[in-house]
Design a binder for this molecule. Structure first.
Ligand code: S3P
Length: 172
């Protein structure tokens, strides 16, 4: 499947660890538009880390903040926006993304995700007794929803330049 980006934002959605930020940055460079990471922006405006926000206010408050920050990031000149894994799952946020942006789901299987989140560990949702099982539960719950993105690109361990090329090939 192919889709036209036009003068729209390109919004990367998908589970934590799939490479939204590491692929999004070089992708934006190729497209000649700015890149922004929603989680980084949330941390900047709140002056707290995601982990601190979850601990201090809980997931619900975090979601409300995420929605506000993301809606603002989608206004104005087109960019590549990487979203936190839960952003597209929120119905109103999803509608907002879909109404004015091209959404790209970076999809991966459990082992690809697990290898990536294992290394750098700043994910409050995975602070459970069996984080791999938690990740699998999140996959099962969320994959049918990520499916609603305009495009799906399979994220594999092939290097981000190849992933960038695949996305470009699907949108240009
Ligand atoms: C979350 C994913 C995280 C971050 C928060 C919640 C989720 O972002 O927003 O920990 O609900 O999947 P990444 O997908 O960038 O890790």
């Amino acid at each position: 499947a192919r889709a036209t980006l036009g003068q729209r934002n390109l919004v990367l959605v998908g589970l934590m660890g799939v490479g939204k930020s590491s692929i999004g940055r070089p992708l934006a460079q190729e497209l000649g538009i700015p890149f922004v990471d929603t989680d980084v922006e949330i941390e900047r405006v709140s002056r707290m880390t995601i982990t601190e926000l979850f601990a201090a206010y809980g997931e619900l408050e975090f979601r409300a903040l995420e929605t506000r920050v993301l809606k603002r990031l989608l206004e104005g000149a087109p960019r590549v926006v990487s979203t936190g894994g839960g952003a597209f799952i929120n119905a109103s946020t999803r509608q907002h993304i879909k109404s004015g942006s091209l959404s790209v789901w970076l999809k991966a299987d459990l082992d690809v995700l697990w290898n990536r989140v294992n290394k750098h560990d700043e994910r409050p949702l995975l602070k459970t007794e069996n984080p791999k099982q938690t990740l699998e539960n999140l996959m099962n719950a969320r994959y049918p929803i990520y499916e609603e993105a305009d495009l799906t690109v399979l994220s594999r361990n092939v290097g981000k330049d190849i992933m960038v090329k695949e996305i470009l090939a699907a949108i240009v």
